[in-house]
Design a protein around this ligand. Structure first.
Ligand SMILES: Cc1cc2nc3c(=O)[nH]c(=O)nc-3n(C[C@H](O)[C@H](O)[C@H](O)COP(=O)(O)OP(=O)(O)OC[C@H]3O[C@@H](n4cnc5c(N)ncnc54)[C@H](O)[C@@H]3O)c2cc1C
Ligand code: FES
Length: 344
């Protein structure tokens, strides 16, 4: 049995069988709705059920509380169709030319960028270009069936290399292996590209908005990919890049981020540390999103791209949209949630 899913306001439609979650069915039809973790954790795929019946499946109450269910909301990555549906979701794009693929990759290099951050360079099979939008992520497909998500930290390049910034989770299932066991030439399997965290084109040249890029810790990775892509294309944009970390070591590519200011006209880089300022630190301190609001109290004309811990994303979204007057649709985020123990 297959149901017809219609998206509002664009009227795009796609088929969905009851066994496939609504996000996967949309992606299978090459329609990209906003999404992040594909795991019920980030809430980015929230949609309103205008008509029809859904099964909420494994939607966690923490992300989709009863009150939201009663108000007709659903998480597309967890919900399944029980009838034809009309769904309202804020943005839909077609990505016909960027297929999601599973493929092997070889570790080219591992480099410690900070005590708890490893730069991982992956080489993909030659002669078969891996296409992605700067800002997207890949999943490692682990031997036990689990998957772990990491943002691509470089712009697309001819040599089919991917750079990742992996933060160590000491009691984690996968990242300790990156620090202690994996070595160059090891083979891993990935799936990608995934996610809807990429720079939106302005509808007209006159409508190009000023941008705020907000990164927490390794959340700099997808923003690095976007900045490097803009530099490669000689694009000039008004960008205020705020990078927050607990301490100076956490700003592990601070020199590079400073250098972007001369490579990309219009980019300003503001590093922020949240611990007490050490000797010799003359920069900003405190919560990184507070630094944004201190400098830019009126965000009503801005578009924001935020990446990092779920706590940082939620605090920034709430404060920017209330105190800063940012339109909710102009807040784009990738929350670095943890995978659920039972995998995807
Ligand atoms: C779209 C996306 C992009 C990401 N990009 C990056 C990136 O570029 N760099 C980066 O460093 N990280 C990134 N992350 C986060 C990264 O995927 C997680 O940190 C990952 O789960 C770590 O894997 P692990 O196996 O080492 O830890 P895990 O085994 O996943 O465990 C992590 C921690 O969470 C706890 N935990 C696990 N499940 C639960 C649960 N259900 N309830 C409570 N606690 C739990 C564990 O005990 C442990 O402390 C991204 C995440 C997403 C969703
Ligand atoms: S909750 Fe569905 S994509 Fe994150």
């Amino acid at each position: 049995m297959t149901f017809k899913i219609t998206l509002q306001p664009g009227r795009q439609s796609f088929p969905a069988d009851p066994a496939t979650n609504l996000l996967q069915a949309a992606l299978d039809a090459e329609l990209v709705v906003p999404y992040g973790c594909r795991d019920g954790a980030c809430g980015a795929c929230r949609a309103r059920v205008v008509s029809g019946e859904v099964d909420h499946g494994r939607s966690p109450l923490a992300t989709l509380p009863d009150a939201e269910r009663a108000a007709g909301m659903a998480l597309m990555c967890c919900a399944h169709a029980r009838s034809d549906l009309v769904l309202e979701c804020r943005e839909v794009r077609a990505l016909h030319d960027i297929p999601v693929r599973k493929l092997p990759c070889r570790i080219q290099a591992l480099e410690r960028l900070a005590p708890d951050v490893m730069r991982m360079q992956l080489r993909l099979p030659a002669g078969d270009a891996f296409l992605f939008q700067p800002g997207q992520y890949i999943d490692f497909l682990l031997a036990d069936g689990q998957r772990r998500s990491f943002s691509i930290a470089n712009a697309p390049q001819a040599d089919n290399m991917l750079e990742l910034h992996v933060r160590l989770i000491p009691d984690g299932h996968f990242t300790p292996r990156v620090f202690d066991q994996l070595k160059p030439r090891d083979i891993l399997r990935i799936e990608g590209p995934l996610g809807s965290f990429f720079l939106r084109e302005a509808s007209t040249p006159e409508a190009v908005p000023p941008l705020v890029f907000l990164a927490g810790g390794t959340g700099i990775a997808p923003l690095k990919a976007i900045v490097e892509d803009l530099i490669a294309h000689g694009a000039a944009r008004d960008i205020a890049l705020y990078w927050g970390a607990r301490d100076i070591a956490g700003l592990y590519l601070d020199g590079l981020a400073h250098a972007w200011q001369s490579a990309l006209p219009g980019l300003r880089y503001i590093p922020v540390i949240s611990d007490e300022a050490p000797d010799g630190w003359h920069g900003r301190t405190g919560l990184v999103h507070h630094a944004v609001l201190a400098d830019l109290p009126d965000l009503s004309a801005h578009h924001v791209y935020a990446c990092g811990s779920p706590a940082m994303i939620e605090a920034a979204r709430a404060d920017f949209c209330t105190r800063g007057g940012l339109a909710a649709d102009n807040f784009h985020a990738d929350a670095f949630t943890f995978s659920r123990p039972d995998g995807a």
